[in-house]
Design a protein around this ligand. Structure first.
Ligand code: T3D
Length: 266
């Protein structure tokens, strides 16, 4: 048994990162944040990594902030923590920005409950697969907070304002099948099939032009606050850049030669 709080295992171009504090449902303390960031930084810098899977050890994916952590916990005398936004500035905001700037696709393989920042960690990934028994909880309201880790930005964009407010205000548990039905996640799969489905999806993405996939993520997110004219200009600028890259030349050459392309850009 490793005592690392984030386990890394690489299989070809696919890196799997496993949050590893199962006794606390993989809730975040400072050390787990640091290890996850370091692992993502290393993956971003490693040309051999072309897709990342993020999952959890044990029966949970991630229960959000560790509420017993001294940075956020009220004192034994009931005094409030010094400044709750410190953990956001130090950990959650950099984590979201790291995910959004990864040069390769990131899949969340949600194996169990994803609550609070843990739910929004998953939703910040590019594709979310969830086991049938997994669930998503915007737990913040239950402890007197607002959705963070990008939740206020993400939720209305993914499921619309009405559902966003329902999820965020009520903090109810949303099962994986329902999460797929309302478009919160990409797909719900049988529990026993999750790891295999995540690996197959990751291998498929890893064989694709990942530079274009990362640009697609950035363009789709940027377009949320663009006018149509701005989106059209942005798409044109991206095509100009990608059109000069190896992967485009390879993709078109492979199409013409009726062979499988070998994409290498990152
Ligand atoms: O500014 C800031 O820094 C604030 C940042 C906030 C970001 C956030 O994420 S706020 C939201 C924090 N998360 C929560 O409020 C969720 C709390 N957890 C739960 O509501 C429940 O645990 C779950 C619904 C997720 C799962 O319930 P259940 O019944 O399956 O499991 P459980 O028995 O409640 O939990 C199992 C163990 O994990 C338990 O420990 P024990 O009693 O066996 O020793 C429980 O205390 C621990 N655990 C679960 N979540 C957390 C946790 N320990 C610390 N922090 C947690 N968030």
């Amino acid at each position: 048994m490793s005592d690392a709080l984030v386990l890394a295992s690489q299989d070809g171009p696919v890196l799997t990162l496993t949050l590893n504090r199962p006794a606390a449902l993989n809730s975040f303390n400072g050390a787990m944040h640091e290890q996850l960031r370091a692992a993502l930084d290393a993956a971003a810098a490693d040309a051999a990594v072309r897709c990342v899977i993020l999952t959890g050890a044990g029966r949970g994916f991630c229960a959000g902030q560790d509420l017993a952590d001294p940075m956020v916990a009220p004192s034994p005398a009931g005094e409030p923590p010094k400044d709750l936004s410190r953990a956001i500035a130090l950990h959650y905001t950099p984590l979201v920005k790291r995910l959004k700037s990864m040069p390769v696709p990131v899949i969340a393989a949600v194996n169990g409950v994803a609550a609070g920042a843990g739910a929004n960690l998953a939703l910040n990934c590019d594709l979310v697969l969830a086991a049938q028994s997994a669930s998503f909880i915007q737990a913040f309201a239950k402890i007197g907070l607002v959705p963070d880790t990008g939740g206020t930005w993400l939720l209305p964009r993914i499921v619309g304002r009405a559902r966003a407010l329902g999820l965020a205000m009520l903090g109810d548990k949303l099962g994986a099948a329902e999460a797929e039905r309302v478009g919160l996640i990409w797909k719900c799969v049988e529990d026993a099939a999750l790891a295999d489905e995540a690996r197959k999806l990751a291998e498929r993405l890893a064989a694709m032009p990942v530079k274009a996939l990362a640009a697609t993520r950035a363009a789709v997110d940027a377009a949320q606050h663009f006018t149509l004219d701005q989106a059209l200009d942005h798409e044109a600028a991206l095509q100009a850049e990608l059109g000069r890259a190896h992967d485009y030349l390879e993709g078109v050459a492979a199409f013409g030669a009726k062979r499988a392309p070998q994409f290498t850009d990152r």
